[in-house]
Design a protein around this ligand. Structure first.
Ligand code: GLA
Length: 382
């Protein structure tokens, strides 16, 4: 039999097997991609990035979201350290921002409006009187397009947000690139351009639980934040404009502190946030320079996550609104079983002239980068 005939015969016999093979185990260097579901006419794909140490990030095109992220504990045991779901349905049912890329404006804009170049723009209020995370259908609820250059360790996603979408001016072309490096870091790079001046603030909303056990609360995790100040908020979580010193408050994470140690302290800011749900002003945040933002450590699993960023702020959210009852979720995540470290510009910047500007103009390129580095906790010296 000719070779070609053998191949034809084999593929006829093993057709489904070969198809499954091409989906799950692409040749070295190529992207691993599978279909995760559908949104109307759009197919949602899920990509698997991996490195030689077994670190594996699964990212889907719905919301350009991190669905799972496996990293080793101190014994090399790989477990998922972000909360997510096995199917698309809970995401479509509206679980809040799990692993998603949030935009056009991450965090809150007061009274769902802002003025820019003399015009006033109205957004949709979806968080009391305010706009939260880009509005009711922000970037987390859009199907992004994966670039054909996707590989075993890199994926670039693009979303074109129409002028006027969710009330924002200008057509915004946004890119998010995920790269998983052999030094055990996941790099998240953002880029955007616009056809008219617009506020832009992009972040990732992964809920971390370094224990790998999502039934455990995150209160025993230890956190360091490289910030001398934070932005206190009013009753609707809008910054008052003050940059307040963390010294002497439960917001002081300049030295490593257990998250649960002061979370229920008698403190007016903790009361309005129902825990931590605040923006820290990162130190030495001058220009677009990558620098240390936060260190999260779980003493039980021995996992450490270090966050570096070019962004000026970090929203630390301690999962205070989690209640185990999210609509459509196959497995439900309880109170404070995940925490977010959202590198970003400060909340409500479009209405707060003293905050670093979030306005992008035609001809400029918005560029931000966040690096998540995974490593084991050093064993305590005997
Ligand atoms: C953010 C906000 C929180 C909350 C969560 C989602 O991080 O700051 O107040 O809305 O998203 O539940």
């Amino acid at each position: 039999m000719q070779n070609a005939a053998i191949v034809t015969l084999l593929s006829a016999l093993a057709g489904p097997l070969l198809i499954a093979h091409s989906v799950c185990a692409a040749p070295a260097g190529a992207a691993r991609v599978a279909v995760f579901g559908h949104v109307d006419k759009d197919t949602v794909e899920i990509y698997t990035l991996s490195n030689a140490h077994g670190i594996e990030a699964r990212i889907m095109t719905y919301g350009a979201s991190i669905v799972s992220l496996k990293t080793p504990d101190r014994d090399g045991h790989l477990q998922n350290i972000v909360l997510g779901f096995d199917t698309l349905d809970p995401y479509l049912a509206g679980v809040p921002y799990y692993g998603a890329t949030v935009g056009r404006y991450a965090n809150r804009i007061a009274q769902a409006r802002f003025a820019l170049d003399g015009a006033t723009y109205s957004l949709v209020a979806n968080d009391g009187p305010n706009s939260l995370h880009g509005g009711p259908r922000g970037f987390d609820k859009r199907v992004w397009k994966a670039d054909a250059t996707a590989s075993r360790n890199s994926l670039k996603l693009t979303y074109v947000s129409a002028a006027g979408e969710e009330g924002y001016p200008g057509q915004l072309t946004a890119h998010v690139t995920y790269r998983l490096l052999e030094d055990d870091s996941l790099i998240i790079e953002y880029e955007a351009t616009t056809t008219a001046p617009t506020p832009v603030n992009l972040t990732n909303h992964a809920y971390f639980n370094l224990s790998g056990d999502p039934t455990r609360s995150i209160l025993e995790h230890k956190l360091t934040i490289n910030a001398d100040r934070f932005t206190p908020v009013d009753a609707t979580l809008i910054p008052t404009g003050e940059l307040r010193a963390v010294a002497g408050t439960p917001f002081d994470f300049r030295n490593e502190a257990v998250i649960g140690a002061r979370i229920d302290a008698d403190d007016a800011q903790l009361k309005v946030g129902r825990g931590y749900d605040h923006n820290w002003v990162l130190n030495a945040a001058q220009g677009n320079v990558l620098r240390f933002a936060a260190l999260l450590a779980d003493p039980v699993s021995g996992r450490v996550l270090e966050v570096r960023t070019t962004q000026p702020g970090l929203q630390f959210y301690s999962g205070n609104f989690m209640n185990g009852k999210q609509a459509g979720a196959g497995s439900v995540y309880g109170y404070r079983t995940g925490l977010c470290l959202e590198t970003q510009h400060f909340p409500d910047s479009p209405n707060q002239p003293a905050f670093p500007s979030t306005i992008l103009r035609p001809g400029e390129t918005y560029v931000q980068k966040t690096v998540l580095h995974f490593r084991p906790l050093k064993a305590p010296a005997n």
